[in-house]
Ligand binder design. Structure first.
Ligand SMILES: Cc1cc2nc3c(=O)[nH]c(=O)nc-3n(C[C@H](O)[C@H](O)[C@H](O)COP(=O)(O)OP(=O)(O)OC[C@H]3O[C@@H](n4cnc5c(N)ncnc54)[C@H](O)[C@@H]3O)c2cc1C
Length: 503
């Protein structure tokens, strides 16, 4: 992606966040600006939408926002479709009182949406889309850019720090944190507008041409209709929807609930019985909430201002922001750890390949690759939570049932898969598959940070040297259960009759 050569004179969106996906100029005689929303599925705190609104003002044209849902994305299931469609219903309500035309589209069979972006773009002045660094989205954005005849921009609204600012990837969280501590102040001055749609010009609303809506009808987002659609589509119906609702409204409610619990975050987060985490990762993944909004809510709760930032630039985990310990601990996850993974995907095309592991971990894992595995399970046995380790089974059951795994147990979940599988490469494939198939927050840059961390990414060598793991960090279920409060969790996800704890 090249830096934007746009004709937009004054933009409030930082230049580093905007790139051109093709070499075409804007078409000033087009009928509207098209924002193709693919990853930042929200109306607020969204640089891409803000950029599209700027174009609408610059060229005095109305705005069409296309939010589309295809059928054949990898691991497509009832669970993810339901969550995304909830989000689309929430967006429809948010767009309704504005001057923008919201165009929700859901494929009714694989491939039915092909040609829609091109058809809409043919009458647009400019196309703006989301710059998301993982899954099939970068390929889809580039392919569509090649097929349109007007300027197509991709805008980064992934996180607090501009994705491409460092120009390199980082081997450890400490190195990235150090970089952030020296470089994040500019990002703090350029937050996206909370409500970019309030700046839309007062032109008449754009009409989507009839020829387009006849071939690609706008989705009816009533739950009864979308439930019926989901049942009829060739999705993986064995991965059922969860109780949790998707969408920006539900995300906002979860954020408020978490802010009330923020003071207990660092003490409670690791204990499965207390559920001290925010639970925001599914909403972050689908773009239903932005980390800017979350940051602002934390800062407000802490009565914080930029002037409170300390002089600390040593990469230490706390003390940089000048906030309470729980708030600093939370921001370290939300910014350092989350954006570390986004940074890696943006800078490495091989982010999901075994070869992207650090050299030391590949070497030690290969040295131990032929060690006998005390227990081995097939993918089916793992998938159905049928191992001899009831804590692991509980974590897998939570994943199957609720689409999430408690954060600490997620680390153990991965470590045991490494131990129970023929080779580290096979362990990697299984982790990626199970995580992406069932987790609401899967298929995300952090899915790859997490599963590759199990094999050594972002970590260092640990002694003693062990079978299978070599010097890659080891975790055992027995130790984990001793350290954490898990009684209620076990009762919920692994009834007593099934409990047995291996090492
Ligand atoms: C094997 C494995 C797989 C993982 N797969 C995913 C995944 O598919 N998607 C995903 O978002 N995270 C993944 N993680 C990271 C982490 O488990 C989740 O981000 C976290 O549990 C989400 O819960 P929460 O929203 O309550 O987090 P909180 O503790 O409330 O943290 C707030 C936010 O910070 C970010 N965050 C927190 N912990 C981490 C972390 N360790 N690494 C990166 N970002 C973090 C998330 O965006 C999270 O929503 C994985 C970790 C492991 C070990």
């Amino acid at each position: 992606m090249s830096e934007s050569r746009s004709a937009l004179a004054l933009s409030s969106v930082p230049a580093l966040r905007v790139g051109s996906l093709n070499r075409h100029p804007p078409a000033p005689n087009g009928n509207y600006i098209l924002y193709w929303m693919t990853a930042f599925r929200r109306t607020r705190h969204n640089f891409a939408l803000q950029r599209a609104v700027e174009w609408a003002n610059e060229l005095q044209r109305p705005l069409i926002v296309l939010e589309a849902l295809r059928v054949d994305y990898p691991w497509a299931s009832d669970r993810f479709h339901r969550f995304i469609l909830d989000g689309m219903a929430s967006n429809r309500a948010a767009f309704a009182p504005t001057n923008a035309t919201y165009y929700p589209y859901a494929e009714h069979e694989p491939g039915a949406g092909k040609g829609l972006v091109r058809a809409l773009a043919s009458q647009a002045c400019v196309v703006v889309t989301d710059d998301y660094p993982a899954f099939f989205l970068p390929r889809a954005a580039s392919a569509a850019a090649a097929s349109v005849d007007v300027l197509k921009e991709a805008v980064d609204s992934n996180g607090i720090h501009a994705l491409r600012a460092p120009g390199k990837e980082f081997a450890t969280a400490h190195a990235f944190r150090r970089w952030l501590q020296s470089n994040i102040s500019e990002d703090l001055e350029t937050f996206p507008l909370a409500d970019p749609l309030s700046d839309l010009p007062s032109t008449r609303r754009a009409e989507v041409p009839d020829a387009i809506t006849t071939r690609w009808p706008m989705a009816d987002l009533e739950p009864a209709v979308t439930n019926k659609l989901i049942r009829a589509l060739p999705l993986d119906h064995s991965v059922a929807p969860v109780d949790q609702m998707g969408g920006a409204r539900a995300a906002g409610a979860r954020l408020s609930n978490f802010i009330d619990r923020l003071a207990r975050y660092d003490a409670e987060r690791n204990h499965p019985d207390s559920g001290g985490g925010s639970g925001l990762s599914p909403y972050l993944h689908f773009g239903h909430i932005s980390s800017h909004e979350i940051f602002r809510a934390v800062a407000d709760a802490e009565s914080w201002s930029v002037a409170d930032i300390s002089g600390r630039r040593d990469g230490g985990r706390s003390g940089f922001w000048g906030m309470s310990d729980p708030a600093e601990a939370f921001l370290d996850e939300l910014i350092t750890w989350r954006e570390l993974g986004f940074n890696f995907c943006a800078h490495r095309n091989d982010y999901d390949h075994y070869g992207s592991l650090p050299e030391w971990s590949r070497r030690t894992l290969e040295e131990r690759a032929s060690d006998p595995r005390p227990e081995q399970y097939s993918l089916e046995e793992l998938e159905q939570a049928c191992t001899a380790d009831s804590l692991w089974n509980a974590a897998q059951t939570q994943l199957l049932r609720d689409g999430v795994i408690h954060n600490y147990l997620r680390m153990l979940w991965g470590k045991r898969i490494l131990e129970w599988t023929q080779s580290p490469r096979e362990a990697l494939d299984r982790m990626i598959h199970l995580n992406n198939k069932y987790a609401l927050d899967g298929r995300d840059p952090n899915s790859y940070s997490g599963v590759f961390w199990v094999l050594g990414r972002y970590d260092r060598a640990w002694g003693p040297r062990r079978p299978i793991f070599g010097t890659v960090r080891y975790m055992s279920s027995a130790n984990t259960a001793r350290k954490l409060r898990v009684r209620d969790y076990m009762n919920r996800y692994a009834p007593r009759s099934q409990q047995s704890m291996s090492r």
